[in-house]
Design a protein. Sequence first.
Lengths: 252, 490
Amino acid sequence: MMLLSICRCRSPVQSITVGPALRVADNPVVNAGSWAAVSVQWANGVEIHGTVSVDPNAPDTMETVTVTSRGWGGQGWMPAPGANPTANATVQIRSAGAPGCRDSRKDALIAEYIAYGLSWVPTCGEVIPPIGSFHFSAQEINQDNDYRDYWTITKDAMLDGLEGIRADSGGLPMPVSSGYRNPASQMRINPSSPNSRHTRGDAVDIRETDPGRRELFKWTLGPAHGACVEPLSLTPTWVHFDWRPGNCPVGW
Amino acid sequence: MKTQLLLTCCLVLTDWTSSISAQIQGSDSIALQSHYRDLESPDPAVRGRAFEKLRSDRELLNSPETAERLLTLLLREREDAMRRVALGLDVEDGLREQVLGVAWELWADKLDARVFRIFATDFYNPGSEYARSLGAKAGRFADVLLELSESQDRSLRECAAALSGYALLEGRMGSVPLTDAQREKLRRVLDAASRDLDFGVRVAAVQSLSNERDEWAIAVLEQMYERESSLHAAGEPQRRAEELRSRIREAMAAIRTRAAMPSRDFEALEAVYRELGSSRLPAKAKALDALVKREDFLGFIDTPERLLRQLGVETKALRSQPILAQQGSPDEAASFYERLLMTTWQAWKQRLTSRSFRILAEAVYAPDSAFRRELGPHVGRFLVEVLRMTEPENPPPLRINGVWLLVSAMAEDGEGRAPLAAERRSRASSAVLRLTEDKDQSVRSSVFEALRRLGGAWAIPLLERIYDREPSLREEVESTREAIAKRSGQ
C-alpha cells in the first residue's frame, strides 16, 4: 500500500496546492491522527492512493511533497509512459484532529478509510477487538477482514438482529458468508460500492438458497428485526442484511 | 374552441419550458450538457459524480431533459448490476439504488406504460415502500402487470403479484379508482400467482390477497390451500408448505374480519384512512377524531398499521421540513402530531415489535415528555433499536432521543422495575460513555441532563467511569452527582 514517499511531512495534511506535474484528487487528504492519507491523480487520470506516517506538531507550514511512482507499466496505477515518475507539489499542512489511536494497526485500519476516500471514517472507539455473539463467531463475521486478528468494527444492532432472526426462524444455522470488510478488502470484493455497509460493521451476508427461508427473511424476519434486506433477485445464493441507522435504500 | 384550447395549452407549455430554459442559461447550460455526457461515461465514478451534481441542484434536476437522462442511467446501472449478479458478484448499495430513488421522485406523477414498465422491472423487494408507492399507481397499467405475470423471470412474476395487490387496495380505498376491466386484470394476475410453481410468487399472492375484502379472494385462497398439499407431495419441503398454509389461514381470517363489518361502516372507515393520509391538516385532524371516537374503528384489524405508517410519514416531514410540514397554525399542527403519536402508541403498546418501537421512538417528542416516560419500561426489550438511534450517522435530535431512552432503560434497571441482562446493561453504559464524547454539544449535554433527571444511586458508578475516562468533564460530573443526591434526598 505504501506506493508514495513523501518528504518532510510533519502534520496531518488537510489541503494541497498542486504543482504542474500532479493533479490531486478533489478531497485527497483527511487526517487520521498520526496517519495521513494521500490520493494523487496523474495527468492521465490514473489515481493512486497511499498512507504516510506524519508528525502532528507543525501546523500552518508549507512543505514540498515528492511523489514517486515505483516504475513503469504492468500494474494499472502508473502514470502514462513518458511522463516523469517523480513530481513535486507544494503542500499546505494544517494541524487537525486527534493524535492517533496509540496502536499502529488500528491507525492503519482507520487510514484505509481515508486512503480510499470513503464517506465515513471510524473513530478510535469504534474500532474494537473482534467480537461475536452466541451463534455467530467473531471468526466468521471477520472472514473478509484483513485485520481479523486484531481489530474490527462490529455493531451491537447487527449481532442482536442476527440472533433474533435465527431464533425466530426455528434456530436453524445461518452460515455467514461475509461480514465486516476493511476498505481494502471491500475494494477487492466490490470496488463499485466502496461505502458498503460491510465497511461499517453493521452488515452481514448469510448463505441461503432455500426459497422458503429466503422469503421468510425478506417478508417477515428481516423487517421484524429492524434489518434492511437487499432485493433477493440481486443475491441469488445469499441474503444481505444490514442494520444501518436511518432509512434503507430505495426498494429494500 | 378546440383550436383555441390547444393554443392556450401550447402557450402555457412554451411559457413553462422557456421559463425553465431561462433559468438554465449560459454556463449552467454548458454544465448541464457536460453532466449529461458524464452520465454516459464508461467509468462508474464519473457517472456517480455527474449524478451527484444533478441531484444536488434542484434547478438542474428539474430541467425537462434530466428525468429522461436519469431513466437511461437507471437502465444502464441495472444492466451493470445484472452482469455482476450473473458472475456471482456483490452489487450491494450502489449507484443504481440512488438513481432509482431520484428517478422515481421525478416520474411518479407522470407515468406512462413505458416508464411504468421500467420502474416495475427494476430490482426491489415486493414488500418495500418503493413497491407500495409504485403499486398504488399501477392500476392504470394492469396490462403491463398481466404481461409481467407471464414472464419467465420469477422475480418479475413476484413483483407483478405484489404490485397488483397494492393497486387493488388503492382502488378500493378510492384514491386511484379502477375500472371493472382493470380490476379484473389485476385479479387475474393474483389468480395466476396463486397457482405459480415458484414459492416466492405464491407468498406474494397471499400477501396481496390478505388485503382484500371480497369473496373472490377467499375462493382463490381456499383453492390455494388445497393445492399446497399436492405441491408438498410433488417435492416441496413440508415445512415450507406448512408455513404458506399458515399464512393463507391468516389471510383468510383478515378478509373475513373485513367482510364482517357492514359495508357502510367499512366504506366510512376506508374514507377515514384516506383522509388521514391526505395532505390537508384539517382533513387529517378530522379523520383522527373520527378514528378515536369509534371504538370499532380504532380496534379494527387495519388501524394500527395505518396509524403507524402515517406517524412515520408525519415524522419524516416534520424532521426534514418543520415549517412546510405545518399547513395549519403551528399549534394545530403540533396538536395533531401529538394526538397521532399518542393514538398510535395506544394502538401498539400491547403488541410492540422492533419496527413499531423504532417508528415510535424516533418520533418527535420532548425528551422529558409523558410519552417518553411511557416508552421507558419497554426500552430494555428494544435496546438495540435505541443503540442504533445513538449512532453518529443520525441527526442530533434523534441521538438525543436515544440518550434519554438509554438512560430511561438504565433507570428502570437500576431501580429494579425492568431489569436488564448483564450484557445489555454493559452495552447501555458503554453507549452512554461514548455519547459523552459526541461531536455535538447538545448531545453531550443531554447525557448529563438525562442523568440529572432520571439518575439514582445506580448512576454514581457510571459518573465515576465518565470522569475516569475524561477528567475534563469534572464539572458536569460533579453537578450531576449533586443533582442526583439532592433529588434522592441524600
